[in-house]
Design a protein around this ligand. Structure first.
Ligand code: NAI
Length: 480
């Protein structure tokens, strides 16, 4: 029987392995983690992450051929294939701080694999890693292997949070990179056989190791670049009276461009885009390619610009100050259908408004109060280090209250900011919300999900990213 062990029971390790277990009943899958609360949650009715469809998949296989455990060494020792899906955050200190990937967690996992293994293994990079990481991992494993043969494969994950289960059931492609040696090809075939249980063969792409590693960084860079491109256009639309939704629609009809990923917004977030682009920038710099590094750096700069622009728009619209004013924040997760707040634009927007002394009342259907308080107190890049994965009880920020629904959050507020595109925000009773707000009442739609004309008829002053501005907003000072 093939035995798989996955080190790292996070947003990638958990769902990916649950789907492998579901689709391959003949394979035993163990997901292991050093975080006891995380593993306890995977073994409970309250899974540690919210992801549509995940619970059903886990319930079907848990205890049969899917196991969650903290006994990392035992399961690694017994496995033929070991996936490593630990976090690869941005370094916060030392060489490359603020850019390079911190491979501490990866290296410690690799050393542990070498220490406990008693039989040959295929070690699969599931985490997103800098190109050439496989070479470093190979060295660690080979120098500590005591004659055991390890084959390293790169099998980056392309799932998107919020649609992870669907993405795993029907992936656009599965990418497997390996050494172009007979042993390497054999390892590629073994992993291909796992995916072939449910993924059509023509969607399983096999490359060399470095192409697979670069492809993951390239894919995230291209996706983020699309968002920054349309966001850059949104600023131009506001300045000229064009409507960014109409522009996206028009350019998306070009089959070379395509319609997806062209929604203007307050900016991209999530654990990957910024981290992976910073990592790409660092790799380019280290390889003597400053022009390429600067090109990709601009994607992040535009994203930061978009968040700052949003905050400035809120403040300037409300007579150039939000000091002491109650601002309702609807949505804190980095996108809908997830409770994940890593690098969510809401953090920067909230911090920006707090910097101008606003009082915030925040509501998100999936993000609990303690996470919101914790995130608003954390330093940049600290979020992806495991200590923060443990539940903590941070002190509360007086300027921030967390509401239990959108009506409570917006009551008596001066303005409402939509920061996540949750479906429930589209169908709120905005007349009721307007009646309970201070006047003039403002709505700042950072996701372009609301019917602007309807809101204006109710009486709101509305700002929607990249849309023609209200006369009120046009008369306010220009936003930089
Ligand atoms: P995560 O932070 O949710 O999970 C990582 C887990 O690894 C944590 O639970 C941590 O406790 C555990 N861990 C760290 N060191 C360990 C060790 N030595 N032994 C056992 N467990 C250990 O991270 P997430 O989001 O699952 O991401 C993992 C990797 O996958 C990252 O490299 C990320 O860039 C990549 N990725 C993430 C995607 C996403 O949507 N979140 C999508 C595609 C790739």
């Amino acid at each position: 029987m093939v035995k798989i062990c996955c080190i790292g029971a996070g947003y990638v390790g958990g769902p990916t392995m649950a789907v492998i277990a579901l689709k391959c009943p003949s394979i035993e899958v163990a997901v292991v983690d050093i975080s006891v609360p995380r593993i306890n949650a995977w073994n409970s009715d309250q899974l540690p992450i919210y992801e549509p469809g995940l619970e059903e998949v886990v319930k079907q296989c848990r205890g049969k051929n899917l196991f969650f455990s903290t006994d990392v060494e035992k399961h690694v020792r017994e496995a033929n294939i070991v996936f490593v899906s630990v976090n690869t955050p941005t370094k916060t200190q030392g060489l490359g701080a603020g850019k390079a990937a911190d491979l501490t967690y990866w290296e410690s996992a690799a050393r542990m694999i070498a220490d406990v293994s008693k039989s040959d293994k295929i070690v699969v990079e599931k985490s997103t890693v800098p190109v050439k990481t496989a070479e470093a991992i190979e060295k660690i494993l080979m120098h500590n292997s005591r004659g055991i043969n390890f084959q390293i494969l790169s099998n980056p994950e392309f799932l998107a949070e919020g649609t992870a289960i669907n993405d795993l059931f029907k992936p656009d492609r599965v990418l497997i990179g390996g050494r172009e040696t007979p042993e390497g090809m054999k390892a590629i075939k073994a992993l291909k056989d796992v995916y072939a249980h449910w993924v059509p063969e023509d969607r399983i792409l096999c490359t060399n190791l470095w192409s697979a590693e670069v492809s993951k960084l390239a894919a995230n860079a291209f996706l983020a670049q699309r968002i920054s491109s349309v966001n850059a256009m949104s600023a131009l639309c506001e300045a000229t009276g064009a409507d960014v939704s109409q522009v996206s629609h028009a350019i998306g009809f070009d089959s070379r461009i395509g319609p997806k990923f062209l929604n203007a917004s307050v900016g991209f977030g999530g654990s990957c885009f910024q981290k992976d682009i910073l990592n790409l920038v660092y790799i380019c710099e280290c390889n003597g390619l400053p022009e390429v590094a600067n090109y990709w750096k601009q994607v992040i700069k535009v994203n930061d610009y978009q968040k700052t622009r949003f905050v400035n728009r809120v403040v300037s619209s409300m007579f150039n100050t939000v000091s002491g004013k109650k601002i309702a924040i609807l949505g804190f997760a980095f996108k809908k259908d997830t409770g994940d707040t890593r690098e969510t634009p809401a953090i920067d927007v909230c911090k920006g408004l707090m910097g101008d002394k606003a009082r915030l009342s925040i509501y998100d259907p999936q993000v609990p109060q303690e996470h919101i308080q914790r995130d608003l107190q954390m330093n940049k890049f600290d979020w992806d280090h495991p200590i923060h994965l443990q539940p903590t009880s941070p002190s509360t920020i007086n300027q921030v209250i967390v509401a239990s629904d959108a009506y409570e959050a917006t009551k008596d507020s001066h303005g409402v900011c939509i920061l996540t595109e949750w479906d429930e925000f589209k169908n709120l009773d905005y007349q009721k919300i307007y009646n309970n707000m201070q006047k003039p009442a403002f709505v700042f739609d950072g996701r372009n999900i609301l019917d602007v004309e309807k809101l204006r008829k109710i009486g709101f002053i509305v700002y929607s990213i990249g849309k023609p501005l209200d006369k009120w907003l046009k008369d306010m000072p220009a936003v930089a």
